[in-house]
Design a protein around this ligand. Structure first.
Ligand SMILES: O=C(O)CCC(=O)C(=O)O
Length: 307
């Protein structure tokens, strides 16, 4: 592998994950196709990431502190590791700007075609003392019993955006490059690579590539946002229950989506509010108390004069 020098765009002979600056979408897409993982660097100012980290700490303290209660949509995924969904609304509305970064969008367009969609948005935190994760892919291959599966272009990508600088002490994500092109992936981590990731950079990987989170040996949590982007025919039924609210975008954040990029957020659901609560109540009454529901409807339809 020949990671690029971000400043010059020239290839460098250093081992690790290929790294690219914002203008190199073509080269980054090529490396992603070859290795199954790339790093994009300098996408956001570190200060912006710090602001969003603070907003997350206020909204979901459990993403930073094991003693804080975890909201319903956050679950434990290993020793001292959590993964969960984060609504993009209110304090977290600014996350919508992360997902619209031009360099990121250019790479996603190249890798997934023009009609890709965001599928989920959340946070993965590893806490002090977390141990190494099991090697895994984020999803099995499509058509996994056919040789062609390993030749197919990506159908889904994970974008990870660390909220703190990540290094060998607090634990980066480790990859086996090229394993998205193998049907029977190895269980050994021989030949794995990893990079330190500074705030403002992100890693993008193919759902099929083998990877794992390294242990967090520091005294601080290591939270990172993640988003899934995928082709429009696919949805993540491996990691979520069918009715999970994988991508929630409030009105405030929705108003910040560029007109020509709305299609990528087509799967987003609104924040639960009075209307959705009334719809849920209506559905529950219809299913579990149909006679009462019919009576309510009759009452609602009665002409005003009869009241
Ligand atoms: O924590 C990490 O570095 C990677 C996490 C991961 O791959 C996962 O939870 O599926």
């Amino acid at each position: 592998m020949l990671p690029k020098n971000v400043a010059s765009g020239r290839a460098e002979m250093t081992a690790g994950i290929s790294r690219f600056g914002g203008e190199a979408a073509d080269d980054a897409a090529e490396a992603l196709s070859r290795d199954g993982v790339v790093a994009l660097e300098g996408l956001w100012p570190a200060q912006r990431i710090d602001e969003l980290a603070l907003a997350l700490r206020q909204s979901i303290p459990g993403a930073f502190d094991t003693r804080a209660p975890l909201p319903e949509d956050i679950w434990v995924v290993g020793t001292k590791r959590i993964n969960g969904l984060v609504p993009i609304a209110g304090r977290m509305a600014g996350c919508i700007d992360l997902l619209q970064n031009p360099a990121l969008l250019a790479l996603l367009d190249k890798a997934l075609g023009n009609n890709w969609v965001y599928e989920s948005f959340g946070v993965i935190s590893s806490f002090p003392g977390s141990t190494v994760q099991k090697l895994h892919s984020d999803s099995p291959h499509l058509f996994e019993d056919k040789t062609i599966a390993a030749m197919l272009p990506p159908f889904a990508l994970t974008i990870s955006i660390p909220l703190v600088d990540v290094d060998e002490v607090n634990g980066s994500t480790e990859f086996l490059p090229g394993t998205h092109r193998i049907l029977q992936s190895p269980d050994s981590a021989d030949g794995s690579v990893w990079n330190a990731v500074l705030r403002g950079n992100c890693m993008i990987w193919d759902f099929r590539v083998r990877h794992r989170g390294q242990p967090n040996s520091s005294a601080e949590p290591r939270p990172m946002f993640y988003a899934t982007a995928c082709r429009a025919f696919w949805q993540d039924s491996t990691n979520f229950v069918p009715d999970a609210r994988k991508l929630v975008i409030g009105r405030d954040a929705r108003a910040r989506i560029a007109a020509d990029r709305h299609r990528h957020f087509a799967r987003a659901r609104p924040m639960p509010g009075v209307v959705s609560a009334a719809q849920t109540f209506n559905r529950l009454v219809r299913w579990y108390a149909p006679r009462f529901h019919r009576a309510l409807r009759r009452l609602a339809r009665r002409p005003e004069t009869a009241l």
